[in-house]
Write a protein that binds this ligand. Structure first.
Ligand code: HEC
Ligand code: HEC
Length: 290
């Protein structure tokens, strides 16, 4: 039995055997050997394994009950959203979101479109006009969220943006450049808004919440184009938001803003006041010389 050590035996176990001659009495050596033998080298490993399995199991148990809880909460939210939709939206958008002569299909518009449209009071549409009018939202934040998740459950679309893009801590300079290229032709360089064809208009962009700015870009309400993540990345959307928030804080960096209407109003100003002034001076001078 006590021949060559089996391969499973570790050096630690063999050590006392080698030290036997140096430690005097064989009894002491035996005791030592037994003490070493009692705690199997794999005991620590086994203990750690038991600990890991126990905590892992407990965690899995708790987290699965937590997901079950969020699942029932999500289901309750969907039910709530379904009821609100049937009562307030289905007449125009259809019970199955398929659309009708009164409103477009909402399949695949995403939670972001609902959050934008209902959160800004545009929906439910009150009167038929060139464009849905903005008004105070008639739903609570919870109800808007319920409607949004209900519509999103019927077809995937742009999600409500995560808060990391909404802090307004991006690069305002880059945002300004992107805004000039992509948005200024409708909303004006300073975000003052502008008229479009057929009675439509691009609204002024002062004091719009970062979330709604992001959602407007992601969903393209009405005649506004959709800027998906390939056109303008989420980081660049955050830069544009930073620029618009900068404008909110410093409405007119260049003094008297002439309504920020651009070259037309500035040109008109020069025509009327500049040229008018010169004409007046000329008349005055010639009147004096006569
Ligand atoms: C009176 C009819 C009417 C009612 C009621 C109505 N909508 Fe609309 N909805 C429209 C029309 C028309 C449009 C498209 C015109 C526009 O965007 O200005 C629209 C557009 C939308 C859009 C934008 C779709 C897109 O492609 O981006 C969303 C989202 C939306 N509605 C959600 C809702 C929700 C949610 C409700 C209920 C709270 C609702 N609507 C109630 C008529 C209606
Ligand atoms: C083709 C013209 C056009 C372009 C380009 C355009 N928009 Fe718009 N935008 C609109 C119109 C029209 C609306 C109003 C939609 C409505 O009321 O249903 C709008 C609405 C918005 C709103 C919502 C404002 C509010 O009062 O709630 C925001 C924010 C916005 N646009 C941001 C942008 C940004 C940022 C860009 C550039 C990345 C951009 N838009 C490019 C036409 C445009």
């Amino acid at each position: 039995m006590a021949t060559a050590p089996s391969p499973s035996e570790t050096p630690k176990q063999r050590m006392p055997k080698q030290r036997v001659p140096r430690q005097g009495s064989p009894k002491a050596a035996l005791r030592k050997q037994r003490a070493a033998g009692r705690r199997h080298p794999l005991a620590t490993v086994a203990l750690i394994m038991v600990g890991l399995v126990a905590t892992g199991g407990a965690y899995a148990l708790f987290s699965s009950s937590a997901t079950a809880e969020t699942q029932t909460a999500a289901q309750a939210q969907l039910d709530e959203g379904g009821k609100l939709f049937a009562a307030n939206c289905a007449t125009c958008h259809g019970m199955a979101l398929q659309g009708s002569t009164q409103g477009p299909s909402l399949i695949g518009v995403g939670a972001a479109a609902v959050d934008f449209q209902v959160g800004s009071g545009r929906m439910p549409l009150a009167a038929t006009g060139a464009q849905a009018e903005k008004k105070p939202s008639q739903f609570t934040d919870e109800q808007v969220a319920a409607l949004a998740s209900y519509v999103a459950s019927k077809g995937p679309g742009p999600a409500i943006p995560s808060s990391e893009y909404l802090a307004g801590t991006g690069d305002a300079g880059k945002g300004a450049e992107l805004f000039r290229i992509n948005c200024a032709m409708c909303h004006n360089v300073a975000g003052a808004g502008g008229a479009l064809t057929e009675g439509k208009y691009a609204p002024p962009l002062a004091d719009i919440s970062a979330k709604h700015i992001y959602e407007a870009m992601a969903t393209g309400p009405q005649s506004m184009p959709v800027f998906n993540d390939k056109n303008i990345s989420p980081e660049d959307k955050a830069n544009i938001i930073t620029y618009l928030k900068y404008l909110d804080k410093t409405p007119s960096p260049g003094g008297f803003d002439l309504g920020n209407l651009g070259p037309v109003s500035e040109g008109l100003f020069i025509w009327i006041f500049g040229l008018g002034g010169i004409v007046a001076i000329t008349i005055w001078l010639t009147a004096r010389s006569n």
